[in-house]
Design a protein around this ligand. Sequence first.
Ligand code: ATP
Ligand code: MG
Length: 670
Amino acid sequence: MTSAVPDVESRAEAVLAALDEEQREAAQAVSGPVCILAGAGTGKTRTITHRIAYGVHTGVYVPEQVLAVTFTARAAGELRGRLAALDVGGVQARTFHAAAMRQLRYFAPRVLGGPMPSLVENKLRLVATAAARARLSTDRTSLRDLASEIEWAKTTLATPEDYGARAKAAGREPPFEAAAVAAVYAGYESAKQRDGALDFEDLLLVTAYALEEHPDVARQVRGQYRHFVVDEYQDVNPLQQRLLDAWLGGRADVCVVGDPNQTIYSFTGANPDYLLGFADRYPDAGVVKLERDYRSTPQVVALANRLIGQAPRRKGLPELRLLGQRADGPEPTFVEHPDEPAEAAAVALKCRALIDAGTPAAEMAVLFRINAQSQVYEAALADAGVPYVLKGGERFFERPEVREAVLLLRGAAAGGSDPGALVPTVRDVLASTGWAEHRPPAGGAARDRWQSLAALVDLAVDMVAEEPTLDLAGFVGHLAERADAQHAPTVQGVTLASMHAAKGLEWDVVFVVGLVDGVVPIAQSLARPEAVDEERRLLYVAVTRARERLTLSWSLARNPGAKRARPRSRFLTGLAPESTASAPPARRAAKRAKVVLEGEAGELFERLRAWRSSAAQTASVPAYVVFTDATLQAIAETRPANLHELSALPGIGARKLDLYGEDVLAAVRD
Ligand code: ATP
Ligand code: MG
């Protein structure tokens, strides 16, 4: 920027002054191995960005020699945004994939003997071919499971030859026999090779290989990058670790930060042991613990602590309880809805009210478990006239409308521009593309396009506030810098994101929605306790995104008019007041949909209902308080053989297991 550059020392001092004592200790350790192991919101990301800034401002780092990596595009965007705010340009902050892609593109001719191969964006087609060759009969689901299995194998560095043994050791549950999966894996690899293509795992693998096997490539890359930082290191997988090791080439200038309680990618091969074992691998590592939570109110922190406190403690895991540092805020709220459209409408209305009361839309988020849940929220927000963003800021400068706008702005700047008229000029230029500031289109691609351009105008407004004499040429120069650093401007709108994609981010207001058993935890996880634990961590990630207001909600039926039988998430037990769990009075009057089960399952169902009547009488509660029909149906269909299997079914929490578990098992055995 044009403001006078303060002297080096005071810039470095200012960077340190923004940290607490422990954070400062980590930030000042600019060389050598450093590990920060700490809970959500304790300032891990803040510490590494300040550490980089401190290294740059004290002249220890050349910015271009620093590579900061993380796991999601949004998190990388967050890193870039924070680095830009600290005035450190030139530092690379990318996902592992983006960093590998960039390097490989450069080295492809030398390493692969040609230009960069095409990328397999989606494995399904090749997997289907390979499965057909292996004479497997598949459907969409089993193909998808096969693709996930191949992905898992590749990220954990398993080959088709050792897949069987490795999958067994890891307790995988492949869709077909291990030998068949291995055959599909091998067939997939050769089909891909015939096409001359690379998949996402190959990107990392080939880049690591290039560094390991080509001394000239290694020399060049290792000469370029000297300081490494990994955020969210709890989610590193063996393939990514191999690439990191190849980048390091035996050097130890690496700082890793993470929170084992936020491990949410184990099912794809991520392993928190790399984080937990860092100090063993680097005995001279500086290890820093942080426990003050600066992000969230004590009310949100208390809920997060309680939630993660329900998880079985992992051996050797340090306790990572959070200490809230902020002023008190509202208690988190729990809301039950009759169906999903009602839940979404309530969220949208609340967003509308908060926006009207002055909370910017960009300070709110709606988080859900699976992307398919997004649609009903898009519709509800659109109905309520609330702007929303699905994609966040990633690849902003690559969007066609943004490229076009930047070209037009550049053209206009070449014709000369008035200082003091930047914002109206930008508006005029954008209006020439048909963009109308006060008429945002209702939805879909047109709305995305409108929002991108609105973000450019907002950026111009912000910049003029900082620098009133900025002209169009200066603005265009600034856009080029931002595009280079992939530093997207804030797009105004409520963020709609999956819990996975929300990692590392934060908002003033967070709605965690769709909290029914079978969604959170997701149905596929129910049979395996460690998978259920991962689902709990995912919910922990979601709730710890909230700075002030946190709302957790669920709905009893998916569609209006359908049977209201979905139990709320088991994770809410002990967090939400029990009373929200009981069905509203209307439900008892509602016509009960008849459960039709045939044969043995039908007999068992009737037996369970008879048992339920007497259990309800003994306890003087209505029958559905003991178990809903849906739960009885699940029991009748799956015939659990022990408490463990029973606990995996929807509607059976710890309390019910205690109260009724043995009775139910007895009824099943009869
Ligand atoms: P997560 O595990 O969710 O990624 P984190 O440990 O990376 O969290 P940050 O995002 O770095 O935490 O910090 C959380 C919030 O607290 C940010 O808004 C950050 O700016 C703020 N914060 C962190 N440390 C301090 C501090 N020492 N003083 C004031 N604010 C702080
Ligand atoms: Mg972080």
